[in-house]
Write a protein that binds this ligand. Structure first.
Ligand SMILES: [Zn+2]
Length: 118
């Protein structure tokens, strides 16, 4: 049987932790972009202020997506701690390795994702 759980964890944990570290760093680096737009009309004219507000909105949206991903990655690590990583949360069957390779944060197998296993 090639589905040895410690191997699965050894295979995916570094990848999950690397992505997590990258997201946390990106989040910290973008704090200023997401902050209040400067009201200083000397340095920021009306049009560039609109640009700045648009940039702020985009930075906030990017941050929202990052935080959702961070939560999914942390949940995957938590499932490793509890020994549930790689098991379908719906039916308990192993999740296909190929599916985990695409996204190690998935929690259900292909069949359950399609709604067919219940
Ligand atoms: Zn399933």
């Amino acid at each position: 049987m090639p589905t040895d759980e410690p191997d699965l964890e050894a295979h995916f944990r570094p990848r999950i932790e690397a992505e997590l570290a990258e997201l946390v760093a990106a989040s910290e680096a973008s704090v200023a972009d997401r902050g209040p737009v400067a009201l200083d009309q000397q340095s920021v004219g009306r049009l560039s202020r609109m640009d700045a507000m648009q940039g702020q909105a985009m930075a906030q949206e990017a941050e929202r997506r990052r935080q959702a991903r961070v939560a999914a990655l942390r949940a995957a690590l938590a499932r490793m701690e509890s020994g549930e990583f790689g098991e379908c949360a719906e039916c308990g069957e192993p999740i296909a390795l190929k599916r985990l390779e695409i996204d190690p944060t998935v929690v259900v197998c292909v069949a359950c994702a399609k709604g067919g296993n219940r």
